[in-house]
Design a protein around this ligand. Structure first.
Ligand SMILES: NC(=O)c1ccc[n+]([C@@H]2O[C@H](COP(=O)([O-])OP(=O)(O)OC[C@H]3O[C@@H](n4cnc5c(N)ncnc54)[C@H](OP(=O)(O)O)[C@@H]3O)[C@@H](O)[C@H]2O)c1
Length: 246
């Protein structure tokens, strides 16, 4: 393990499960120190702690939760190698036309805005000094979604707030250049949810040219590619199995 890897952690939000967890474990196994955030406490977090991954509870669905997390992060570390904004909420749009429905639709939109845009914006701003304290390459990576280019009948608020996150990628890349690279990864289907049925799975696979469920490793590979590339900032890398050519 090099001192750099041990001294300056990579922060991965929403690292308690699936893609974020895979990246966190992979970095930890390589000797890189890692901090993850989790919203839901689960017994499986213990195996991350056993790998010396620091786990901080955080709820990004409101401003107070974000600011509280930032304070605890600053108490935990004085430098960061990278920040990976992976936390995400796949909340469907609430339909209906009466005021109660509209209030619920508004609450859902505000929740997704807070998780996908406000949290990354405030964390990036707060983490600039921590990243600058790292002696070496410094990165911010936003996990967005390939569906941003198409829209969605059922997840319009999710897509709109992920589009906002893509826009923040370019703004922070300009603002933090040349000291901190800021890029985004826009995945399409990477991993099914356990309750996705066979019909859904077949339909989803046919949307891409390569027609596979690739699994979390392709996202970890893409994160590593960005971290290792000194000439990349302000870009959105699609990892979508050729959806655009079908
Ligand atoms: N998986 C795919 O096929 C796919 C496709 C396109 C884009 N993406 C993007 O890739 C990233 C990772 O995907 P994934 O499937 O691994 O995501 P996921 O299973 O939905 O996990 C997201 C993480 O975000 C955390 N989270 C949700 N709401 C939160 C809140 N209010 N405050 C704090 N944390 C919160 C969850 O925490 P808890 O579990 O602790 O509650 C969870 O660990 C996401 O940004 C997603 O949009 C994934």
């Amino acid at each position: 393990m090099t001192d750099d890897k041990a001294l300056s952690p990579i922060l991965i939000t929403g690292g308690g499960r699936r893609l974020g967890r895979h990246a966190a474990e992979s970095f930890a196994d390589s000797g890189q120190s890692v901090i993850i955030t989790y919203r839901t406490d689960r017994p499986e977090l213990d195996s991350l702690r056993a790998k010396s991954i620091v786990t901080l509870q955080a709820d990004f669905s409101h401003q107070a939760g974000i600011l509280d997390f930032i304070e605890r992060l600053k108490a935990e570390t004085s430098s960061l190698r990278a920040v990976i904004h992976n936390a995400s909420d796949w909340l469907p749009d609430h339909k209906g036309v009466d005021n109660a429905d509209l209030a619920e639709a508004a609450a859902g939109f505000q929740q997704l805005f807070s998780v996908h845009m406000l949290a990354p914006m405030l964390i990036n701003q707060a983490c600039e000094p921590l990243l600058m304290a790292h002696d070496g390459a410094r990165d911010i990576i936003h996990l967005t979604d390939a569906v941003v280019r198409k829209g969605s009948k059922k997840h319009g608020s999710y897509v709109a707030t992920k589009a906002g996150l893509e826009s923040l990628t370019q703004s922070f890349a300009a603002r933090f250049a040349p000291d901190i690279k800021v890029n985004a990864i826009a995945p399409a289907l990477i991993m099914f949810q356990p309750d996705d049925d066979a019909e859904y799975r077949e339909k989803a696979l046919k949307k891409s040219a390569l027609q596979i469920e690739p699994g979390a490793e392709v996202i970890t590979q893409t994160i590593c590619y960005i971290l290792d590339n000194p000439y990349l900032t302000g870009v959105v890398l699609p990892v979508e199995g050729g959806r655009s050519v079908v």
